[in-house]
Design a protein around this ligand. Structure first.
Ligand code: PRP
Length: 181
C-alpha cells in the first residue's frame, strides 16, 4: 500500500516492520548458534546500518563488544561513485578476534568488498559479514555475505536506516520509491 513521506514521494512498502523484526531475530539466532562459546566484535557500518545493528545486537546471545566503521560511497547520488571513503575508523584493533560486520544493504558490493579487504588485512581470527538486504542482480564485484536477511530485486529501497540523499532512514519498514516520483 503506498504511503506518503516528508517529501511527498510515493513510498511502497516492500518489507513490513513485523517481517523485518522477525527476520532480524532469526539472523541473530543463526549468528549466536555459529559463534556459540565465543566472544565477538560486532561492527556497525555507518551510517546505513545503525538501525538494523541496534535491533540485531539485542538478540545476540554471546559476549560482545561493538565497534563502528563509517564508510560512504554514494554521497547524495543514487548510483555508487565506486570510490569508498572511510569517514570513521574502528577504535580497537581486531587482530585475533572473531568479527562480524553488519551492513544494511549490499548493492554493487563495492562497499562490503572494500570493508572485508580492509578488515582482513588486520588479521582477525574470523571475519564474517551479515547484510540485511542483498541485491544479487546489482553486483559489480564478487562478494557474498555470510548471512543475508532478504534477497531483493534491483530496485531503489529506503527506510530502516537506508537513505535517499540522507532522508527516509527513520521509516520502520523497507520501502521503494514508485517509478516516476
Ligand atoms: C550505502 C549502504 C551500504 C552501501 C551499499 O551506503 O549503507 O554501505 O551503500 O552499496 P554498494 O554495495 O553499492 O557499495 P552509503 O555509501 O550510501 O552511505 P551511508 O551508509 O552513510 O548511507
Amino acid at each position: 500500500m503506498p504511503t506518503s513521506d516528508e517529501d511527498s514521494k510515493k513510498i511502497n512498502i516492500l518489507i513490513p516492520e513485523v517481517r523485518l523484526q522477525q527476520r532480524v531475530q532469526e539472523l541473530a539466532q543463526e549468528i549466536s548458534h555459529d559463534f556459540k562459546g565465543k566472544e565477538i566484535v560486532a561492527i556497525c557500518i555507518l551510517k546505513g546500518s545503525f538501525v538494523f545493528f541496534s535491533d540485531v545486537i539485542r538478540h545476540l546471545d554471546m559476549p560482545m563488544t561493538c565497534e563502528f566503521l563509517g564508510v560512504s560511497s554514494y554521497g547524495n547520488k543514487m548510483v555508487s561513485s565506486g570510490e569508498v571513503k572511510v569517514t570513521l575508523d574502528l577504535n580497537e584493533p581486531i587482530e585475533g578476534k572473531h568479527v562480524v560486520v553488519f551492513e544494511d544493504i549490499v548493492d554493487s558490493g563495492l562497499t562490503l568488498n572494500y570493508i572485508m579487504n580492509t578488515l582482513r588485512a588486520r588479521k582477525p581470527a574470523t571475519l564474517k559479514s551479515c547484510s540485511l538486504l542483498f541485491k544479487p542482480d546489482a553486483l559489480k564485484v564478487n562478494v557474498d555475505p555470510d548471512y543475508v536477511g532478504f534477497k531483493i530485486e534491483n530496485q531503489f529501497v529506503v527506510g530502516y536506516g537506508v537513505d535517499l540523499a540522507g532522508k527516509y532512514r527513520g521509516l520502520p519498514y523497507i520501502g521503494y520509491i514508485e517509478h516516476g516520483h
